[in-house]
Design a protein around this ligand. Structure first.
Ligand SMILES: Nc1ncnc2c1ncn2[C@@H]1O[C@H](COP(=O)(O)OP(=O)(O)OP(=O)(O)O)[C@@H](O)[C@H]1O
Ligand SMILES: O=C(O)C1=C[C@@H](O)[C@@H](O)[C@H](O)C1
Ligand SMILES: [Mg+2]
Length: 178
């Protein structure tokens, strides 16, 4: 079934926040792959990265993604790197519509800079790292079915409304109740 709504994009783009809002508005179950990975491992993401490394985390991420997509019609917020693996993109395409929350560097940096929860940003120059990741990943995120600008100054509610409108334009069947 292709009715899942899957949010992709950079850390800080608002996937978790907008995903929760969409779930409430559309009355659909909500899953966040980062939260599911932490729950299954009984560890935080920084702890998983520190103990087992990024490749281990990516393997768990692919497993969790497959599991949460199986529900068929949920809202799924992914981690910022999930969309980069081709096998994950195929799986998302088979089970849902992908929505890229496209957010500018300044907004992303403003949101993530005081949070120690993103291990990839624990570098000597985290802003530079964020900029490099955005530049590298942008063309891959652009492969998503739908692109929504997550603009600075827009509330979570306003961005959620734009996501719903964009999905309706793309394929109204995704929003239909079963
Ligand atoms: N208009 C907005 N849209 C989305 N998030 C916002 C907005 N305004 C503030 N935020 C805040 O930005 C922060 C980052 O958002 P969030 O954690 O949802 O990002 P994410 O894409 O899930 O990141 P990650 O990939 O690291 O999980 C949150 O604290 C969220 O509440
Ligand atoms: O952008 C990324 O690669 C990541 C984003 C977060 O959501 C987490 O999945 C983790 O910190 C890695
Ligand atoms: Mg998140």
């Amino acid at each position: 079934m292709r009715q899942n709504i899957v949010l992709i994009g950079m850390m800080g783009a608002g996937k978790t926040a907008i995903g929760g809002e969409l779930s409430r508005r559309l009355h659909r179950p909500f899953s966040d792959t980062d939260v599911e990975i932490e729950r299954a491992a009984a560890m935080t993401i920084p702890e998983i990265f520190a103990r087992d490394g990024e490749q281990f985390f990516r393997a768990r991420e692919s497993e969790v993604l497959g599991r949460v997509l199986a529900s068929g019609r949920g809202v799924v917020s992914t981690g910022g790197g999930a969309w980069l693996r081709p096998e994950n993109r195929t799986r998302i395409g088979d089970h849902g519509v992908s929505v890229w929350l496209d957010c500018d560097l300044e907004t992303l940096w403003h949101r993530v800079r005081h949070r120690p929860t993103r291990p990839l940003l624990q570098t000597a120059d985290p802003r530079g790292t964020l900029a490099r990741l955005l530049a590298e990943r942008g063309p891959v995120y652009a492969l998503a079915d739908i692109r929504v600008q997550a603009r600075q100054g827009d509330s979570i509610g306003q961005t959620a409304t734009r996501v719903i409108e964009a999905i309706r334009d793309h394929d109204p069947a995704i929003l239909e109740d079963k």
